[in-house]
Structures are given as C-alpha cells and as structure tokens.
Unconditional design. Structure first.
Length: 67
C-alpha cells in the first residue's frame, strides 16, 4: 500500500477514528524505537557462569526401576 492510498483511507475516516489512528501510529513508533535499543547478544557471553557437576549424565536413582 502506498502513502497516497493510506492518506486516502485516513481522509475517509470520521474524526473520532482519526485520533485512534494517531495513537496507534505513536505506539508503533515507540515500539520501533524500543527495538533499536535492544543490544544484540554475543556468542559466549555466559561462558564461565554455568557449571555442570561431575556425574551430570549419570542415571538417576529414582528411575532405576524403569531402566
């Protein structure tokens, strides 16, 4: 849809709905601005923060009956 088509559709709306369209446009602009402020995660940024204990892959005693 082109800008002219959007403008034509907006011109056909009653004044009460034009205010809602304005509010929605402001919401979309705010949403887009928030997207730009999000930092990209870097690979390996959690390195060293998670520790896996020895025996992590060992079978659990609770499930011995099912093995």
């Amino acid at each position: 849809m082109t800008d002219m088509q959007l403008y034509h559709q907006l011109a056909l709306l009653p004044e009460s709905l034009k205010g809602e369209v304005k509010t929605f446009i402001e919401f979309l602009q705010h949403k887009e601005k928030q997207k730009k402020n999000i930092k990209k995660r870097k690979f390996g940024c959690a390195k060293g923060k998670i520790k896996i204990l020895p025996g992590f892959d060992e079978p659990l005693e609770d499930f011995k009956d099912y093995m």
